[in-house]
Ligand binder design. Sequence first.
Ligand SMILES: [Cu+2]
Length: 300
Amino acid sequence: MKVFQWLARTALNVYSGLAAQYHLHDPLERALLPQGEFDVSLTINDAMFAVNGALGFDDNDRSGLWGDVILVNGRPWPVMKVKKRIYRFRVMNSCISRSLRPSLSTGDPVTIVATDGGLMPVSQSVASWRHSPAERYEILIDFRKYTPGQRSFRINRKNGLWTVNGGTWEQVVASEFRDVLANPNLNAVEIWEFAHNAGGWFHPMHFHLIDFKILSRSGRAPFSYEKGPKDVVYVGENESVKLLMQFGPHRGRYMIHCHNTVHEDHDMMVQFRVGPEDASDRITNNPITAARAEWDTSRA
Ligand SMILES: [Cu+2]
């Protein structure tokens, strides 16, 4: 009976953090694959949090738990700086119930080199893969082809919502406005590419804070009439645009959204942050449910 009670708490134990990676090495694997700082664990799980930060648990009448925050190695929305080389990532899904489909935002493939029990006979290049709880996949990502300060964003329709790299404004709100698409330094110069690999709609993408210069449109020069400073760029059907931007003169968070305002409402708005996060970045005051503003009559 004691054993039964222990087993019946596995989900709660794993959800509370009792899941980890234990790596075994051998000479063949050491010879073939990146080691040390280039051999990185990614333990992914989903969680739901109460207002006070406590973990919430709801197994939906014993069918499964779906948290609305994805954690990597226990941290929400983590960022990792990489060098221009090949990295090895050991990806473990430690969600209670959620299936994952990892992919790179650039759409580039990754190389799967090992599965749960060790090296594959032949590595496999895939654009994404289906990944259930407890499965482990080891992947290689080649960062040599990416230019520092260059970011790629994809416009996608997902579950009836318009998204940028899969992100929505609902996710930003759920994160208490801390979730950002990118975090350039103050006055940094970067090139951002927005790709819309579908037909049916164009998207007038609008950026707050900055003006930008359109560098190219699907690899060709921009139109002659759009060579001035811009804050809206027409992203046509099956088109990608490259934009040269400098992030200043202010730090803080700023919106990017589609200016087809129906797309914007459902739910094509995200944000970027210039400079480091500070304490005021966390916004818990919901403008819709907050107390009404009052006139300050003392100054009248
Ligand atoms: Cu749009």
